[in-house]
Ligand binder design. Structure first.
Ligand code: AGP
Length: 615
């Protein structure tokens, strides 16, 4: 979503901030801007479009010792230069960049208009810039108190909503202030320079020493020191952490897009996620960070999974696998619904969130609600140090490496692999036999090579994509474990190619979606062998009878009649627990190639952001 980079220290503020903003480009944005302190005044440049536009507007003058910068994803007001951040108070004293939403900005605006402040944008953020300026103007110079800091604190006590902010003041060229509530903000500590950013990836070109701010904390930075307090002035002891960040992981290398790179990285991301997580006897999984003993886990009667988007599809896979192999009832909720639903939960429920970024606001809020009610919370998460990772009682890191493409690919398969391993672990604590456990461990260990096999079909899938890229509608159909993959396939296709796509359990088709089938609406069937296979064939026949084209992603042992299927993509035979992972790969490649055929930017699809940190 929106990105923040702030800098204080050496004479290179603009260049450090531009580098940082470029590293945040993948999160999705529509405009960008920066303000630097120069010759006793705050100078601001803002542009719509890509960071390259801002870069060329900044030109050769990459210096300055103090600055704040931002990539915006519009929430209040159109995509215009006037609405881009930073926003400056109408008396030109304060400049601010902001992530989040200030819900009471209209009330603030009315109050400030009455006090003579004026507004040039349609944003909620400008109200906060003026409110800080108002308190700054009113704040007396008191010995032992910092007037700028006090005015930021005082203003924040009036904010309803969420914020991650970086603020500078024209009278204070050696001070940078940041604060957060609900939107991530990280302090980067360098030598003679300090930074603020909304994402650790925007700091690592300068330092790997970081402090993650917690909600309602304010940081006051100078080039050589920093101090953290709460909004209400209580002292906070900062915990400095070292981030382990492989910068090459966030670079394209020989690939043409991050989505392509991340699809092809899956053998490695799966290997990284399972490394060191099997028992010596090869019959179960091991997780170091659950912080729950086997005895405590045996007391769990129900598991509730919470997530959004693709991660929610991973939860559906978890539901099938945990119920099947561990026989524990599982419920899956959209985090955004759960947080407002007040669902009755059994006291022995374990709450599990899945989130690639660890910053999705709805998932975080749902987790907090579950914690407030006293439930144990765990997370499967790909971002070390993220808010969700820090606020849950325990969890499992995915170790999939940074996922830059907005459309989730390697994070999804890594999540479902870890769900399979959780099912195995919980199953082995209950009724899953040693023999069945070892079969699953073998299947998981064989998985990266099997994914490599599927990836070899890239060219074949590209050729199929060329034939189908012109359609405007598409159905994805699968049963049982393949149903969540059908949902994910439809989401992937719609988000990057803008084709209308729907995922359904194949048998549900007759209850409505069959009305869509025609020669203009192909269907992608996900079929595996087993009891239900014949039923899937019947569904395929129903589509063919209505002249719909059928693309079938099928396991190697499915016998498919030639006259029924227009295209077949095979995946190797495997244990059912890893089928959802293998079947996901062709579906990702199909969407990827169709989007390319349609000339779409697969890494930055329109209207989407990588991490959704506003409601
Ligand atoms: C995936 O392709 C998405 N763009 C989106 O649905 C994403 O999975 C969702 O926003 C949840 O994100 P998270 O995993 O970071 O919480």
């Amino acid at each position: 979503m929106c990105g923040i980079v702030g800098y204080i220290g050496k004479d290179r503020a603009a260049s450090v901030m531009l580098d940082g903003l470029k590293r945040l480009e993948y999160r999705g944005y529509d405009s960008s801007g920066m303000a630097t302190y120069r010759d006793g005044a705050l100078q601001s440049i803002r542009r719509t479009g890509r960071v390259a536009e801002l870069e060329s507007a900044v030109g050769e003058d990459l210096g300055g010792e103090l600055g704040i910068s931002h990539t915006r994803w519009a929430t209040h007001g159109d995509v215009t230069e006037a609405n881009a951040h930073p926003h400056t108070s109408s008396d030109d004293t304060i400049a601010i960049v902001h992530n989040g939403v200030i819900e009471n900005h209209l009330g603030m605006k009315n109050f400030l208009t009455g006090k003579g402040y004026t507004f040039k944008s349609d944003t909620d953020t400008e109200a906060l810039a003026n409110l800080i300026a108002y308190h700054y103007a009113k704040e007396p110079e008191t010995k032992g108190k910092n007037r700028f800091l006090e005015s930021v604190r005082k203003s924040l006590t009036h904010v309803e909503g969420t914020f991650g902010i970086a603020v500078i003041c024209k009278d204070n060229p050696d001070e940078l202030i940041g604060a957060r509530r609900g939107s991530p903000l990280i302090v980067g500590l360098g030598k003679g320079e300090n930074l603020l950013a909304s994402d650790v990836s925007a700091l690592t070109h300068c330092t790997t020493n970081v402090v993650y701010l917690n909600d309602n904390e304010v940081v006051h930075l100078r080039p050589d020191d920093f101090n953290i307090t709460t909004i209400t002035s209580a002292n906070v002891e900062a915990v400095i952490q070292q981030v382990d960040w492989d910068t090459s992981a966030a670079e394209l290398g020989d690939y043409t897009s991050f989505m392509e790179k991340e699809i092809f990285e899956q053998p490695a991301s799966l290997e990284n996620g399972m490394r060191g997580r099997f028992s010596d006897d090869g019959s179960t999984a091991l997780f170091g960070g659950l912080n729950l003993s086997p005895q405590e886990l045996l007391g769990v009667d129900r598991i509730l999974f919470l997530a959004c988007g693709t991660a929610w599809h991973a939860c559906l896979v978890a539901e099938y696998l945990i119920e099947r192999f561990a026989r524990i009832p599982v419920e899956v909720e959209y985090a955004s619904e759960f947080r407002y639903r007040n669902a009755p939960l059994d006291k022995n429920t374990l709450v599990f969130a899945i989130s690639q970024s660890g910053e999705t606001i709805d998932t975080l809020a749902a987790l907090r609600e579950a914690k407030r009610k006293g439930f144990r919370t765990l997370a499967i998460n790909n971002s070390v140090g993220s808010t969700i990772a820090r606020e849950t009682d325990g969890g499992i890191y995915q170790h999939a490496g940074p996922e830059i493409g907005v459309a989730s690919t390697k994070a999804f398969t890594s999540q479902i692999m870890l769900c399979a391993m959780v099912a195995l672990y919980l199953g082995r604590l209950r009724d899953l036999s040693f023999t069945d456990g070892t079969k699953i461990v073998k299947a998981l260990k064989a998985l990266p090579d099997q994914v490599r096999e599927v990836l070899k079909q890239n060219e074949k899938i590209e050729a199929i994509a060329k034939k189908y890229a012109h359609y405007e509608d598409c159905l994805f159909l699968g049963r049982q474990l393949m149903f969540p993959i059908a949902l994910e396939g439809a989401l992937k296709l719609k988000e990057i190619s803008y084709i209308h796509a729907e995922g359904y359990p194949a048998a549900e088709m007759k209850h409505g979606p069959i009305a869509l089938i025609s020669k203009d609406c192909p269907s992608v069937f996900l079929t595996t062998s087993g009891e239900i296979f014949k039923k899937s064939l019947a569904n395929i026949q129903e589509v063919k009878a209505r002249k719909g084209a059928v693309i079938c992603v099928a396991s190697a042992d499915c016998e498919l009649p030639d006259d029924l299927i227009d295209e077949v993509i095979r995946v190797p035979e495997c244990h059912e627990i890893v089928q959802p992972i293998l079947m996901s790969i062709p579906v990702q490649l199909l969407s990827y190639h169709i989007a390319l055929q349609r000339g779409c930017d697969v890494d930055k699809p329109r209207n989407l952001a990588k991490s959704v940190t506003v409601e």
